[in-house]
Design a protein around this ligand. Structure first.
Ligand SMILES: *Cc1c(COP(=O)(O)O)cnc(C)c1O
Length: 388
């Protein structure tokens, strides 16, 4: 049979058959079992204890590995759990080069926790390949990228990064949360580890906190497994089930949300009170050509800058449809204020240097009717204009 399209794999993946019990159940059972009865005194079955392995978790891990064209997948209790596990495969004395525009929690992990274990870092502008190469030190082992990044949707040339990494014998880690394997497959471009906050689009319903890591290389896979089992940050079977269910509708959800995001970005771009719009689906977006080359959609997240903090406050308080919250990737539109939410962990001076200013808002577009969303944005902009 020819290789199936990703839309098919999202549904069938490792989850099509109730392969253990052969009951015919269309959904993977939730194996709520911490331990497994061993039939023989001296030969154990495939599972012994659920920290080390669980059939529901296995189904999710095999599915994400398949979707990313990797060989091993790992499910963690959060995206940060996956990211920290991948980085804890490093040794004391190692150094990493990390994108400037990194998720706030990753920033916190890299700057406050990794140094305790003797792992140091340098931040670099990952929209600039020369800047990345210039940050490499003799003890550098990993280049850590996120594209599109958060919250200004900066684009990193993944093939370019991989080329630099290979030249210096480094590994490339990519946080693929914003694109998901539906739109971008970093392993195919030569990356070594792909990371996800499955809390976002993969889960898709704002009901679960989860993280995933995928590798192609067996040795690296073993190293991550050793951290997963040895440090214990596993995803429980109920939450694995939620993510499995979320993945099945990823294509339908993300296509609709991305389509809506494109329309909203275009609306915002022509609006006179909007200072700037950041969306990789706009030809004016820096890195648009690179993004077009390595991804198949602009995705469902955009950011925009309003004139002032006061204007932004009235705008947010006037919006009716989106929830005002941290997080993204849900079926509901989520409006967030990076300064006090996702990027609060980054000191103010550092934040402003990175363009995360008082008028910046991020919108994760959900599945509401796009005309309603645009009408809502339109009336909130109007209200902010007459009030401020
Ligand atoms: C949310 C997020 C994370 C962290 O994931 P959690 O599930 O919240 O731990 C990491 N990277 C990106 C890009 C995210 O949006």
């Amino acid at each position: 049979m020819t290789k199936e399209q990703i839309e098919t794999i999202l549904i069938t993946g490792a989850t099509k058959h109730d392969y253990e019990a052969k009951s015919g159940a269309v959904n993977v059972p939730i194996y709520a079992s911490s331990t497994f009865d061993q039939e023989h005194f001296d030969a154990f079955g495939p599972y012994d204890y659920s920290r080390s392995g669980n059939p529901t978790r296995d189904a999710l891990e095999r599915t994400i590995a398949q979707l990313e064209n990797g060989s091993r997948g790992f499910a963690f209790a959060s995206g940060i759990g996956a990211i920290s596990a991948a980085l804890l495969t490093l040794n004391a004395g190692d150094h990493i080069v990390v994108t400037n525009e990194v998720y706030g929690g990753t920033y916190r992990f890299v700057t406050t926790l990794l140094p305790k274990y003797g792992i140091t870092h340098t931040f670099a502008d990952f929209t600039d390949l020369e800047a990345i190469e210039a940050a490499i030190q003799p003890n550098t082992v990993v280049l850590y990228a996120e594209t599109p990044a958060n919250p200004l949707l900066g684009i990193t040339d993944l093939e370019g990064v991989v080329k630099i990494a290979k030249k210096h014998q480094l590994k490339t880690f990519v946080d693929n949360t914003f694109m998901t394997p539906l739109y971008q497959k970093p392993l195919d471009l030569g990356a070594d580890v792909v990371l996800h906050s499955a809390t976002k689009f993969l889960g898709g319903h704002s009901e679960v906190i989860a993280g995933l890591a995928v590798t192609k290389d067996e040795e690296l896979g073993q190293a991550i497994y050793a951290i997963q089992n040895g440090m214990g940050g596993i995803l429980g079977p109920h939450d694995c089930f939620s993510v499995i269910q979320g993945i099945k509708s990823l294509h339908a959800r993300l296509e609709m949300s991305s389509h809506n995001a494109q329309k909203i970005a275009e609306f915002l771009q022509q609006h006179e009170d909007v200072v700037d719009v950041y969306y990789p689906g706009l030809p004016t977006h820096p890195g648009y050509d690179i993004h077009q080359r390595q991804s198949t959609s602009g995705g469902a997240v955009l950011s925009f800058k309003l004139p002032t903090r006061d204007f932004t406050k009235v705008f947010v308080e006037s919006m009716q449809i989106p929830i005002f919250a941290v997080s993204l990737g849900g079926v509901e539109s989520i409006l967030s204020y990076p300064v006090t939410m996702s990027h609060a962990a980054i000191p103010q001076e550092e934040r402003e240097k990175r363009g995360i200013t008082d008028g910046l808002l991020r919108l994760s577009v959900g599945l509401e009717h796009v005309d309603d969303l645009i009408a809502d944005i339109s009336q909130a902009l109007e209200k902010a204009k007459v009030t401020v």
